[in-house]
Design a protein around this ligand. Structure first.
Ligand code: F6P
Length: 325
């Protein structure tokens, strides 16, 4: 007999490719285990409005390849307040939902953790965000797809940069984390990568460009994480132009990075994590996130997802630098 009889599943925060594959895995694992499953629409906002849809195995047909989230999502301010969470707990109780699975980022997990702490609701988190900024897991669902999407654009920009011998500053998402910039900067052959984890050294970047030009390099790609410095890529570009006198173009990739069909690795990660979330819930485990480490699915206390160490590999900066000379 599973420890839970009825699971509610929602997606929350910024959508990420692969969220649908995770929802599909949660729904079908629950159905296979004889657990009732309800989809909660529009994240925590929908929870506070009892916007529920009872699901079955067929409710998630043909969605494994879809970007976005069929459950819709939101950023819900009310849930960050104690009163909002009390209301949510009462609604869950009234609907006899005894475990809530939340697919999202650290904001989602903070909300779930407080719900568990304050109201004893069983909660499980599944990391879904393109930012790959959740401690306790090497990868989040959506990161691989976003990286490939950004990379496709960077490759295209390289064509025009090379034709015109231009410097391009390309801004990628990531909020306060440089994981996405680091990944696509290295893979895209960028001559410079600016990330929040390392203070932006614009003197050094200017030297790299001056030195490169002297050695006959025509074009340059500088990848800037949106959180690397105030003003993002535009500010970095202006500062470098002031120092080098070389003109530039700026390209902000924006929300295109959040869309599209998930890669194979996002789909498999989402399927494994979705299944693991329901298995954990059925075993009576709560207040944890499913993570992946060394290829294995692990359960991480929710609190560690924002207090723990990030898995960002800063050694990649050195690899990018030497390979882009
Ligand atoms: O967390 C995902 C993310 O796409 C970040 O990279 C970005 O800073 C933020 O969400 C954008 O949020 P919104 O879609 O609300 O503008």
């Amino acid at each position: 007999m599973p420890a839970v009889r009825h699971i509610g599943v929602l997606t929350s925060g910024g959508d990420a490719p692969g969220m649908n594959a995770a929802v599909r895995a949660v729904v079908r694992t629950a159905v296979a285990g004889g657990i009732k499953i309800t989809g909660i629409m529009h994240g925590f906002s929908g929870l506070l409005e009892s916007n529920f849809e009872v699901m079955n195995a067929r409710s998630v047909s043909n969605i494994v390849q879809l970007g976005g989230t069929i459950l819709k999502t939101s950023r819900c301010k009310e849930f960050y307040e104690e009163e909002g969470r009390a209301k949510a707990a009462a609604i869950l109780n009234g609907a006899s939902i005894d475990c809530l699975v939340g697919i999202g980022g650290d904001g989602t997990f903070r909300g779930l953790h407080k719900l568990a702490l304050e109201h004893g609701v069983a909660v499980i988190g599944v990391p879904g965000t393109i930012d790959n900024d959740v401690a306790g897991t090497e990868y989040t669902i959506g990161f691989s797809t976003a990286a490939n999407t950004a990379l496709e654009s960077i490759d295209k920009i390289r064509d025009t940069a090379a034709s015109h011998d231009r410097i391009f500053f390309i801004e990628v998402m990531g909020r306060n984390c440089g994981a996405l910039a680091l990944e696509v900067g290295l893979a895209g052959g960028a001559e410079g990568i600016l990330i929040p984890e390392v203070p932006a050294d614009l003197e050094r970047l200017s030297d790299i460009i001056r030195d490169g030009r002297q050695r006959g390099k025509g074009s340059f790609i500088i990848v800037v994480a949106e959180g690397a410095l105030k003003g993002g890529a535009a500010a970095a570009a202006a500062a470098v132009e002031e120092r080098t006198g070389v003109s530039y173009r700026v390209s902000v990739l924006g929300h295109v990075q959040r869309g599209g069909s998930p890669t194979s690795s996002d789909r498999t990660l989402a399927s494994r994590m979705g299944r693991a979330a329901v298995v954990a819930a059925a075993e009576g485990i709560s207040d944890v996130m499913t993570g992946v480490r060394d290829g294995q699915i692990v359960l991480v206390p929710l609190e560690e997802t924002w207090t723990g160490d990030s898995f960002i590999n800063l050694d990649l900066l050195g690899v990018a630098e030497i390979t882009a000379t």
